[in-house]
Ligand binder design. Sequence first.
Ligand code: UDP
Ligand code: MG
Length: 327
Amino acid sequence: MSFANDVSRDYTSCPILLLSIVVPVFNEEEMTGLLVDRVKQVFGSIETIRLEVIFVNDGSSDRTLEKLLDLQKTNPWIVIADLSRNFGKEAAMTAGLKLAAGQVVVPMDVDLQDPPELILEMAAKWREGFDVVLARRMSRDTDSFAKKTSASWFYRVHNWLSEVKIPENVGDFRLMDRTVVDALLELPESCRFMKGMFAWVGFRTCHVDYVRPKRVAGTSKFRGWKLWNFALQGITSFSTAPLRIWTYLGVLVAGLALSWGGYILVRTLIEGIDVPGYASLFVTMMFLGGIQLIGIGVLGEYVGRVYLEAKRRPTYVIRNLYKTQDT
Ligand code: UDP
Ligand code: MG
């Protein structure tokens, strides 16, 4: 497939392609060197691709920054953005995307779970005319059971509630054309759920399949409570369905109560007054109380989100930018 207006994409023949790789890092001192080596192995011999790798140090408390600065001495194509504290992966990625100058941009994890070799395959698709090339993992065998099940439930619930569907088995690893990145940066929200935002902007999209390897070193930064909150943020950022459900539930419960009331009225007229059932009264009250609290909780989730957005704070703060050459 090819699209008539994209003739300039053939970097293999004449123009040199500037490729930006964006890597958020948080306490990854063991991984940074390994990633740089792999990237060099893959792109070192390709003359038509000029590379910049933007590491966003997301408030690491280990020696990640020192390691990166060391690597930059011998690899001038490395750009380091040092954030003032840990802002989370989404914010760090946003910082990297903003700094990326490339004609194509690839966000990826530092732990080599996103193999750099795949970028070449993705670039070939981009040359064919696609604006977004997703890396889709063929199986989740390398994930723990808990992560596999929670992920599958998250996608099910999210895609059921939200109009913007997130493709399953696709992470942040993808290749994007400049126009896509510019569109993403136009989105003004400060709480950024990137998976949803990627899907929201759209564009001509295709995918390449790959087997996602295990993390090479270090430990996963997303576990338990953090993952749960991330899922909540995802759903409330892209769907208002949880708010609307309460109206329908309210109508349903009120309808049931009304018909039950009618039934009791008729029965009392026919059979006279009997001794009321305190147990059923108590259970109904508790049940409705519970339902109301859940409703208020959901409301609170959204009000909280509106509050955070209303403050209009920046998504991240850069303490220092280390850049040795112009792009
Ligand atoms: N990361 C980050 N800030 C955070 C948490 C993670 O920049 O607060 C980075 C981390 O260094 C890695 C990427 O996000 O490059 C993905 O993290 P991880 O591999 O721990 O996630 P998983 O693969 O387990 O989902
Ligand atoms: Mg990982």
